[in-house]
Design a protein around this ligand. Structure first.
Ligand SMILES: [Ca+2]
Length: 367
């Protein structure tokens, strides 16, 4: 059974987990107990609380109740069944691999995420750099497939490091895209470059008339490698960002603001820049995906191998969860059922895969 070494929230978790463990007796839900080979995704039979055998998974999107997952290097988009088993819904065959590139973020338009979805958006590295493409969704749950790729925005700076990759639709219905500095840090301060930026686009890829810089998709700048974005119920936007050597960041994102990279890293008290609301040493963090639920921000950390929660009413505070229990964490999502799931990232070449890795699992932090 999972345990939490740093948990302060969800006090009923342990009892619920014990009850679940009893209900699921005979199933292999504990990390490290599975024996599946990592080369093919398979479910934990009957348990329904984890999918194992994923290869460098990166992002999760929901089409109604159905989970879609991206795998960075295979280019596969997997559809998970109710029991956690995975099938290939599509495979992008023009992905350019290398370092942090490949098939990365997935997103479904806001108006679709609880209803009859018609479109899936995906961020990937192609022959001409990073791009966001969209695909018509065909079929029913259990047999979803994708139509032809339509490029929403292309030519985004790409590199084997600092490659960005997260996409999400905001509460305003606009598409937000995180772009890393692509190892050219000076470009983060250059508003004519799309490197080191968070972009805001219409779902069709046009520049919204109310963007902060007329005619430009740039929404905020001075970023190094942002890989997590989320909004609270008031519409406030947050982003995680990998620092260089000193400070990873949690930022409140506002239109047109400059977040300082590469001139400053972390909280700098420099009036030219917007400081992060919280910062962490990269060995304790390296934050990627994030989710907001129950007035709490949840952040998946790669190198830090833990989930971190930050209360919305005290953005300088944080609590650690699952430290060291699952390895590197790439993404965390609130499911349509109101539970909090996370995606490990131990098979991407930087981690130490455990039996069954990589996995998409119920953190147990929200019931
Ligand atoms: Ca910064």
């Amino acid at each position: 059974m999972r345990s939490e070494k740093h948990r302060t929230g969800a006090p009923s978790f342990v009892l619920i987990a014990m009850a679940l463990s009893t209900m699921l007796s005979g199933c292999t839900a504990a990390p490290g107990s599975e024996t599946e080979r990592p080369s093919s995704a398979t479910a934990t039979p009957g348990a329904g609380d984890s999918t194992t055998g994923l290869a460098a998974p990166w992002s999760v999107a929901f089409v109604g109740d159905t989970v879609l997952l991206s795998e960075r290097d295979s280019g596969r988009i997997l559809e998970l069944a109710e029991d956690g088993s995975a099938r290939e819904a599509a495979r992008l065959d023009d992905i350019v691999l290398g370092g942090e590139g490949g098939l990365l973020g997935l997103a479904v338009p806001v108006e679709d995420d609880r209803g009859a979805a018609s479109m899936l958006y995906a961020y990937s590295t192609g022959p001409d750099g990073n791009r966001v493409q969209r695909f018509a969704l065909h079929g029913e749950p259990g047999s979803l497939s994708l139509g032809a790729a339509e490029t929403v925005i292309g030519g985004l700076p790409s590199a084997s490091n600092h490659n960005g990759g997260r996409i999400a639709f905001g509460p305003d219905g606009m598409l937000y895209v995180t772009v890393g500095d692509a190892s050219h840090s000076e470009l983060a301060q250059d508003r004519s470059s799309l490197a080191g930026k968070i972009l805001r686009l219409t779902p069709d890829g046009d520049v919204p008339a109310d963007n902060p810089f007329p005619g430009s998709p740039v929404f905020s700048y001075g970023h190094r490698n942002p890989q997590g974005i989320a909004w609270d119920e008031d519409g406030t936007m947050y982003a995680t960002e990998f620092g260089q050597n000193t400070w990873d960041e949690l930022n409140v994102i506002t239109a047109g603001a400059n977040y300082g990279w590469p001139t400053v890293e972390g909280i700098a008290h420099d009036e030219r820049f917007t400081d992060p609301v919280q910062q962490w040493a990269p060995e304790d963090a390296s934050p990627s995906g994030m989710a907001i639920a129950d007035d709490t921000i949840y952040i998946a950390n790669l190198r830090g191998e833990r989930l971190r929660s930050v209360p919305l009413d005290d953005l300088g505070d944080s609590t650690e969860h699952l430290a060291g229990e699952y390895g590197r964490l790439r993404d965390v999502v609130l499911t349509p059922h109101g539970t909090l799931w996370a995606l490990t990232n131990n098979t991407d070449g930087r981690g130490e895969p455990r039996p069954g890795d990589d996995r998409f699992f119920d953190t147990g932090l929200i019931r």
